[in-house]
Ligand binder design. Structure first.
Ligand code: HEC
Ligand code: HEC
Ligand code: HEC
Ligand code: HEC
Ligand code: HEC
Ligand code: HEC
Ligand code: HEC
Ligand code: HEC
Length: 470
């Protein structure tokens, strides 16, 4: 099997897994094909048997079904998956041989050191004349395949090009009589495992904020803070869930198993995802959350109508902070402007009026951008709810970034002469999740590359800040 052959094979598999969608269901989701890829993962690879043309000396090593991992000791991706492969080898070692293959020219002491660090006890050979890599057609490390000797040839059982964290479960499924046996009770596998069959769901997930929850903490320098990590990862606090060690790296972000429970329904335990949201979307970390409001926003088939270009654009929008955060959208209500707050909140008003926010239209003054709603939407406060208007006259340009950009519509609050339930108070117990999400709706990575909530929040406080923000 040459490189082109593998590439063609993978292409067929990708095309076959692309779901064709039309219309939205009652949940506001595109219609999808659940587990469209299951046949590929559980059934035969390709339409006809494939023999891998290994060189004779390597063939001689194949005594029974063998898991071949092509890796380089210096490749960071290989180092990343190495602990998982050590675990995998231990789990399947009774049924399957494991052989590592390093590129020719890798110094033997480098291989020795790598095996020692990661506890690889299975043999590793160096591909001196590049015959093995040319036989398997791998284009990078780590890549893995499973072969079984048959009539003097090496019959391909399955391949993982590239091998990624979570692929281990798939390998184990391949070599287990009951393919679901590796889904032990309470075991977390990670989205790579789920996505091998649930490809459409995994792609769509990558367009939701859940897929960047860990990145959010890393950007904030809070990824080591136990007060933060729990809700931004999968299975924290569970016996086999994320625990901050390299061995559970595959469980960062809010993945499938955060809502569907460890192993999804495949370990025999069905978790109703509806009951899981409020574990994280509690009153302190999500404003006015409801399942009904959240459900359409986690459309499992949102990606099914996008081509590659559309998908990349949507993903880029998410990562740059431009994707809408619909959950966070302030409730309905009338926007009344900062002047309407002056009588009762003179102190806040005075501080705000002289701040950058009160003068946020100044940098645009006299320029065409002052008439351009795509600029004004972050430099001035809207006069009405709903998605950002494309008309400049729907913004209060004379007030810049006013009170209601941060506190939400104030109509009901003003009419009632004050109160706590009719306005988004950001003080006292309000946690950083909510506040920062409000700020970063404008302070995106493009506009505020140096953004640091600990530094920037005190700068806009209405009165001098004494202690650290909660
Ligand atoms: C080997 C393929 C495969 C893997 C791996 C896999 N699933 Fe599934 N999953 C399926 C199939 C097949 C079904 C049944 C689909 C159907 O009903 O059409 C299913 C059903 C489900 C369902 C229930 C759907 C329903 O109708 O209620 C959920 C939820 C689910 N899987 C989640 C997961 C999660 C989470 C993971 C990763 C831990 C995962 N699956 C891994 C193949 C797989
Ligand atoms: C393990 C914790 C966790 C669970 C469980 C969870 N979420 Fe989230 N959710 C988060 C975090 C953290 C974010 C913010 C991620 C980011 O942007 O960094 C988020 C973001 C979101 C967003 C996007 C934010 C926005 O303003 O639009 C939606 C929508 C959402 N969640 C809906 C849900 C729904 C619906 C459920 C249950 C079916 C759920 N979540 C379950 C942690 C969780
Ligand atoms: C109890 C669960 C929970 C804990 C603990 C938690 N978060 Fe969150 N976080 C969430 C949820 C849920 C959201 C999404 C809120 C929404 O959009 O409605 C979120 C959103 C965020 C956002 C906004 C993401 C964005 O892109 O706008 C930031 C930033 C954030 N969290 C940082 C932190 C930090 C820092 C900590 C620790 C101090 C922390 N979180 C602790 C659940 C939690
Ligand atoms: C934020 C929580 C959340 C995450 C993360 C999540 N799901 Fe779901 N999933 C749900 C909810 C809610 C439903 C709908 C349940 C219903 O319709 O009653 C659902 C439904 C499903 C279904 C049934 C198909 C259907 O159309 O109803 C499958 C299969 C599934 N999820 C798989 C996955 C996989 C695979 C992942 C990861 C790629 C994933 N889910 C991530 C919450 C989540
Ligand atoms: C997504 C919100 C957003 C949009 C859209 C936006 N801005 Fe800004 N702009 C900001 C923020 C936030 C700052 C403050 C940056 C800081 O100090 O961290 C800013 C600052 C500026 C400044 C001050 C100088 C600087 O670069 O820091 C100018 C000038 C400016 N913006 C012009 C524009 C123009 C022109 C457009 C339309 C093409 C525009 N902005 C669109 C959010 C936005
Ligand atoms: C008629 C007087 C009055 C006007 C006008 C008014 N407020 Fe208030 N506001 C109050 C009072 C009184 C409280 C304190 C409520 C309490 O502690 O129970 C308050 C509290 C608040 C809070 C804190 C809420 C909390 O949860 O802690 C915010 C934020 C706020 N106002 C913003 C605004 C904004 C923005 C405007 C203009 C759109 C405005 N207010 C106009 C009287 C007013
Ligand atoms: C509606 C959009 C918007 C929101 C929401 C917003 N900002 Fe800004 N912010 C801006 C713009 C635009 C500027 C640039 C003003 C200028 O350069 O004159 C700015 C400037 C700043 C500055 C520098 C100027 C100064 O006053 O020192 C800081 C710090 C800042 N913002 C922090 C925050 C924080 C913290 C939050 C959340 C509590 C927040 N911003 C919410 C749009 C916004
Ligand atoms: C850039 C975002 C932003 C803008 C604009 C803004 N606030 Fe605030 N406001 C906050 C934050 C963050 C807090 C909580 C932390 C603090 O006290 O500074 C807060 C707290 C408050 C409180 C609670 C009591 C207090 O003073 O601590 C009131 C009342 C309030 N703001 C009124 C206003 C009024 C009135 C305006 C307009 C004149 C306004 N805010 C403009 C972000 C903002």
């Amino acid at each position: 099997m040459n490189t082109r052959r593998v590439a063609a094979l993978l292409l067929v598999l990708t095309v076959a897994s692309a779901a064709v969608a039309a219309g939205l269901d009652a949940r506001g989701w595109h219609t999808g094909t659940p587990a469209a890829n299951a046949v590929r993962v559980l059934g035969p690879v390709g339409t006809e048997p494939i023999d891998v043309p290994f060189p004779a000396d390597f063939m001689a090593r194949l005594k029974r079904t063998t898991f071949v991992i092509y890796f380089s000791p210096t490749c960071p991706h290989c180092q990343h998956v190495a602990p998982e492969i050590a675990q995998l080898a231990a789990r399947i070692g009774d049924r399957v041989d494991v052989i590592g293959v390093a590129p020719g020219g890798t110094p033997p002491d480098q291989i020795r050191a790598f095996r020692k660090v990661y506890g690889w006890t299975f043999p590793v050979v160096a591909d001196a004349d590049h015959k093995i890599v040319s036989a398997i057609g791998a284009q990078g490390t780590p890549s893995a395949l499973l072969v079984t000797p048959l009539n003097g040839a090496a019959r391909l059982v399955d391949l993982w090009y590239p091998y990624a964290l979570g692929s281990g479960t798939l390998v184990e499924m391949r070599v287990s009589e009951n393919p679901w046996a590796p889904f032990g009770p309470g075991e977390y596998h990670g989205i790579k495992t789920c996505g091998a069959c649930h490809a459409a769901e995994a792609e769509s997930w990558a367009l939701t904020h859940h897929s960047i929850a860990w990145r959010t903490l890393v950007d904030d320098g809070k990824d080591k803070d136990p007060a933060c990590t729990g809700c931004h990862v999968t299975g924290a606090g569970q016996p086999m869930g994320w625990d901050g060690t390299a061995a559970t790296d595959r469980l960062t972000d809010v993945q499938c198993e955060a809502c569907h429970g460890p192993g999804g329904p495949h370990d025999g335990v069905v978790t109703d995802p509806k009951t899981q949201c409020v574990n994280c979307h509690d009153a302190k970390h999500s404003i006015h959350f409801s399942y009904e409001k959240g459900l359409p926003l986690i459309d499992h088939y949102a990606a099914s109508e996008l081509d590659d270009v559309g998908f990349d654009a949507a993903r880029r929008k998410l990562v740059s902070g431009e994707a809408p955060r619909a959950l966070l959208a302030f409730g309905d209500g009338a926007y009344v402007g900062a002047a309407a707050c002056l009588t009762c909140h003179a102190e806040e008003h005075a501080q705000w009026a002289t701040s950058g926010h009160g003068r946020a239209m100044a940098p645009l003054a006299g320029k065409p951008s002052a008439e351009d709603a795509s600029c004004v939407r972050c430099h001035a406060t809207r006069t009405q709810g709903g998605p950002p208007s494309t008309h400049v006259f729907d913004y209060r340009v004379d007030e810049g970034v006013g009170c209601e950009s941060c506190h939400g519509p104030g109509g009901a609050h003003v009419a009632a002469g004050g109160g706590k339930d009719n306005i988004v108070g950001l003080g006292e117990s309000c946690p950083v999740c909510v506040i920062e999400a409000v700020c970063t709706s404008c302070h995106t990575k493009d506009w505020s590359p140096e953004w640091d909530v600990d530094v920037d929040l005190p700068k806009v406080a209405h009165r001098p800040v004494t202690g650290a923000h909660p």
